[in-house]
Design a binder for this molecule. Structure first.
Ligand code: GRF
Length: 190
């Protein structure tokens, strides 16, 4: 059974959904949840789920090997970014080549890049008059939201939609498909 680490900066509803999915699935387990914010609600979710967690600061993330060492001490095979807002440094990319996945709440390359997260994305969708939005599940590289795409799922956007209603539709897609796509990627590991 493979071990997953999840990085999250905020609420962590996807992190919890992924942990719950794999709790009853023999492909993998979520073994570690990491956050760059000591007050992130995702840490309370980790405690409630009985999953070990760790908090780190910017220096620890970008300088030295502490994070890679922590992941390897936990035997982590695969890394998931779920609402994690920092660019991943080179040493971590090299330690987990093609084994780091992110979810973005739009149909990339639309509405991605630095500063495009959360409600800003859904507002941009409405302001652009897009007729659809969705999710993009992609491998992580050294740039924001631009690694190779694993899967995209779509929802219609109508003239009645607000950023909040688009967010709700997109979250539903995230909960339904992110765990399944992670499972498929982990299935390709040796
Ligand atoms: C999700 O919409 C995800 O697509 C984006 O950040 C949000 C995280 O939400 N990358 P949550 O913390 O999982 O509730």
């Amino acid at each position: 059974m493979k071990k997953i680490a999840i990085f999250a900066s905020g609420s962590g509803s996807n992190a919890e959904n992924i942990a719950t999915y794999f709790a009853s699935n023999d492909t993998a387990r979520v073994a570690l949840i990491l956050s760059n914010r000591a007050d992130a609600p995702v840490l309370q979710r980790a405690a409630r789920l009985g999953i070990e967690s760790a908090v780190f600061d910017r220096d620890t993330f970008y300088k030295g090997e502490k994070i890679v060492e922590l992941l390897s001490a936990h035997g982590i095979d695969y890394v998931v970014l779920a609402g994690f807002l920092w660019l991943v440094p080179d040493n971590l990319l090299k330690a987990y080549p093609d084994k780091i996945v992110n979810i973005h709440p739009s149909l990339l390359p639309k509405h991605g890049g630095k500063g495009m997260y959360g409600d800003r994305v859904h507002r941009a969708v409405i302001e652009s008059g897009d007729k659809e939005s969705g999710i993009t599940i992609h491998r992580v590289n050294e740039f924001y939201d631009s690694g190779s795409i694993i899967a995209q799922y779509r929802v219609p956007v109508t003239s009645d939609d607000t950023p909040e209603t688009v967010a709700a539709k997109v979250h539903a897609l995230e909960y339904k498909y992110f765990p399944i796509e992670i499972e498929k990627e982990i299935g390709k590991l040796q």
